[in-house]
Write a protein that binds this ligand. Structure first.
Ligand SMILES: CC(C)(COP(=O)(O)OP(=O)(O)OC[C@H]1O[C@@H](n2cnc3c(N)ncnc32)[C@H](O)[C@@H]1OP(=O)(O)O)[C@@H](O)C(=O)NCCC(=O)NCCS
Length: 133
Protein backbone atom coordinates (compact mmCIF):
# COMPACT_ATOMS: atom_id res chain seq x y z
CA UNK A 1 0.00 0.00 0.00
CA UNK A 2 1.15 3.50 -0.80
CA UNK A 3 0.22 6.35 1.54
CA UNK A 4 0.77 10.04 0.82
CA UNK A 5 2.61 12.24 3.30
CA UNK A 6 0.85 15.58 3.36
CA UNK A 7 1.48 18.97 4.90
CA UNK A 8 -1.07 19.25 7.71
CA UNK A 9 -1.36 23.03 7.18
CA UNK A 10 -2.47 23.00 3.55
CA UNK A 11 -2.94 19.38 2.52
CA UNK A 12 -0.15 19.56 -0.06
CA UNK A 13 1.41 16.23 -0.98
CA UNK A 14 5.08 16.20 0.10
CA UNK A 15 6.00 12.53 -0.40
CA UNK A 16 4.88 9.00 0.33
CA UNK A 17 5.50 5.78 2.20
CA UNK A 18 5.06 2.33 0.72
CA UNK A 19 4.37 -0.80 2.76
CA UNK A 20 3.70 -4.47 2.06
CA UNK A 21 2.16 -6.87 4.56
CA UNK A 22 3.18 -10.52 4.42
CA UNK A 23 0.88 -12.89 6.27
CA UNK A 24 2.94 -16.04 5.91
CA UNK A 25 6.18 -17.54 4.73
CA UNK A 26 4.88 -18.48 1.29
CA UNK A 27 4.15 -14.86 0.48
CA UNK A 28 7.50 -13.62 1.74
CA UNK A 29 9.50 -16.40 0.08
CA UNK A 30 12.47 -15.33 -1.98
CA UNK A 31 12.71 -11.79 -0.71
CA UNK A 32 13.96 -11.83 2.86
CA UNK A 33 14.37 -15.53 3.58
CA UNK A 34 17.99 -15.43 4.85
CA UNK A 35 17.39 -12.27 6.74
CA UNK A 36 14.39 -13.55 8.68
CA UNK A 37 16.51 -16.25 10.26
CA UNK A 38 18.86 -13.65 11.72
CA UNK A 39 16.41 -11.29 13.38
CA UNK A 40 17.61 -11.30 17.02
CA UNK A 41 14.18 -11.32 18.64
CA UNK A 42 11.18 -13.59 18.54
CA UNK A 43 9.50 -12.39 15.38
CA UNK A 44 6.29 -13.60 13.80
CA UNK A 45 3.81 -12.95 11.03
CA UNK A 46 2.27 -10.73 9.85
CA UNK A 47 5.53 -9.08 8.77
CA UNK A 48 5.34 -5.52 7.46
CA UNK A 49 7.95 -4.45 4.93
CA UNK A 50 8.66 -0.71 4.88
CA UNK A 51 9.38 -0.69 1.15
CA UNK A 52 9.95 2.97 0.53
CA UNK A 53 9.99 6.42 2.08
CA UNK A 54 10.24 9.44 -0.16
CA UNK A 55 10.03 13.18 0.47
CA UNK A 56 10.13 15.58 -2.48
CA UNK A 57 13.50 17.33 -2.77
CA UNK A 58 12.19 20.81 -2.04
CA UNK A 59 10.41 19.62 1.11
CA UNK A 60 13.32 17.86 2.81
CA UNK A 61 14.82 18.65 6.24
CA UNK A 62 11.47 19.78 7.62
CA UNK A 63 10.55 16.65 9.54
CA UNK A 64 8.41 14.96 6.88
CA UNK A 65 10.75 11.95 6.73
CA UNK A 66 10.34 11.47 10.47
CA UNK A 67 6.58 11.90 10.02
CA UNK A 68 6.66 9.18 7.32
CA UNK A 69 8.29 6.80 9.81
CA UNK A 70 5.56 7.51 12.36
CA UNK A 71 2.93 6.95 9.67
CA UNK A 72 4.53 3.62 8.74
CA UNK A 73 4.47 2.54 12.41
CA UNK A 74 0.81 3.50 12.75
CA UNK A 75 -0.21 1.78 9.52
CA UNK A 76 1.69 -1.42 10.32
CA UNK A 77 0.26 -1.58 13.84
CA UNK A 78 -3.23 -0.97 12.48
CA UNK A 79 -3.02 -4.02 10.21
CA UNK A 80 -1.62 -6.11 13.08
CA UNK A 81 2.00 -6.47 11.96
CA UNK A 82 4.16 -8.05 14.69
CA UNK A 83 7.47 -7.46 12.94
CA UNK A 84 8.74 -4.76 10.61
CA UNK A 85 11.64 -5.04 8.19
CA UNK A 86 13.29 -2.62 5.81
CA UNK A 87 16.28 -2.32 3.55
CA UNK A 88 18.07 1.03 3.60
CA UNK A 89 18.54 2.41 0.10
CA UNK A 90 21.33 4.79 -0.88
CA UNK A 91 22.33 3.72 -4.39
CA UNK A 92 21.00 6.94 -5.97
CA UNK A 93 23.14 9.14 -3.75
CA UNK A 94 26.37 10.60 -5.13
CA UNK A 95 28.25 10.10 -1.86
CA UNK A 96 26.79 6.74 -0.97
CA UNK A 97 29.04 6.02 2.02
CA UNK A 98 27.85 9.21 3.65
CA UNK A 99 24.23 8.56 2.65
CA UNK A 100 24.38 5.02 4.00
CA UNK A 101 25.61 6.35 7.31
CA UNK A 102 23.00 9.06 7.88
CA UNK A 103 20.10 7.05 6.47
CA UNK A 104 20.93 4.13 8.73
CA UNK A 105 21.09 6.52 11.70
CA UNK A 106 17.83 8.14 10.54
CA UNK A 107 15.99 4.81 10.81
CA UNK A 108 17.76 3.90 14.06
CA UNK A 109 16.45 7.16 15.51
CA UNK A 110 12.99 6.01 14.41
CA UNK A 111 13.40 2.83 16.46
CA UNK A 112 14.69 0.40 13.82
CA UNK A 113 17.37 -2.10 14.75
CA UNK A 114 20.31 -2.25 12.39
CA UNK A 115 21.43 -5.73 11.28
CA UNK A 116 24.65 -5.26 9.36
CA UNK A 117 25.41 -8.92 8.92
CA UNK A 118 25.73 -8.54 5.15
CA UNK A 119 28.29 -5.77 5.55
CA UNK A 120 29.18 -3.71 3.53
CA UNK A 121 25.71 -3.71 1.97
CA UNK A 122 22.79 -3.65 2.15
CA UNK A 123 21.82 -2.50 5.61
CA UNK A 124 18.78 -4.43 6.72
CA UNK A 125 16.76 -3.36 9.70
CA UNK A 126 14.02 -4.80 11.87
CA UNK A 127 11.48 -3.57 14.39
CA UNK A 128 9.49 -5.48 16.96
CA UNK A 129 6.01 -4.01 17.10
CA UNK A 130 4.98 -6.29 19.93
CA UNK A 131 7.23 -4.27 22.26
CA UNK A 132 5.82 -0.99 21.02
CA UNK A 133 2.33 -0.15 22.30
C1 LIG B 1 15.36 9.98 3.53
C2 LIG B 1 14.32 11.09 3.38
C3 LIG B 1 12.94 10.46 3.30
C4 LIG B 1 14.41 12.02 4.61
O1 LIG B 1 13.35 12.94 4.52
P1 LIG B 1 13.37 14.35 5.27
O2 LIG B 1 11.97 14.89 5.22
O3 LIG B 1 14.43 15.22 4.71
O4 LIG B 1 13.76 13.91 6.75
P2 LIG B 1 13.58 14.76 8.09
O5 LIG B 1 13.43 16.21 7.78
O6 LIG B 1 12.52 14.12 8.89
O7 LIG B 1 15.01 14.52 8.76
C5 LIG B 1 15.15 13.88 9.99
C6 LIG B 1 16.64 13.79 10.33
O8 LIG B 1 17.32 12.93 9.40
C7 LIG B 1 18.65 13.42 9.19
N1 LIG B 1 18.82 13.80 7.79
C8 LIG B 1 17.85 14.03 6.87
N2 LIG B 1 18.38 14.33 5.67
C9 LIG B 1 19.74 14.31 5.86
C10 LIG B 1 20.83 14.55 4.99
N3 LIG B 1 20.66 14.87 3.68
N4 LIG B 1 22.07 14.44 5.50
C11 LIG B 1 22.29 14.11 6.78
N5 LIG B 1 21.27 13.87 7.68
C12 LIG B 1 20.02 13.98 7.20
C13 LIG B 1 18.82 14.62 10.10
O9 LIG B 1 19.29 14.17 11.35
C14 LIG B 1 17.40 15.10 10.22
O10 LIG B 1 17.14 15.87 11.36
P3 LIG B 1 17.47 17.46 11.32
O11 LIG B 1 16.91 18.01 10.03
O12 LIG B 1 16.77 17.98 12.54
O13 LIG B 1 18.96 17.58 11.36
C15 LIG B 1 14.60 11.94 2.11
O14 LIG B 1 15.95 12.38 2.14
C16 LIG B 1 14.36 11.19 0.80
O15 LIG B 1 13.22 11.11 0.32
N6 LIG B 1 15.44 10.64 0.19
C17 LIG B 1 15.33 9.87 -1.06
C18 LIG B 1 14.67 8.51 -0.83
C19 LIG B 1 15.38 7.73 0.26
O16 LIG B 1 16.60 7.70 0.36
N7 LIG B 1 14.56 7.08 1.13
C20 LIG B 1 15.05 6.37 2.30
C21 LIG B 1 15.83 5.14 2.00
S1 LIG B 1 14.80 3.71 1.88
Amino acid sequence: MKIAITDSQNGVNVGYIQLTIYKDQAELAGRFGDFLGRIPFKWRYPVGVFEDLFVHKDKRRRGYGRLGCHMADAALKKVGAHTGILKVGWSDDKNWEKAKSWKTRFFEDAGWMSLQWTFPEPVLMAKNYELRP
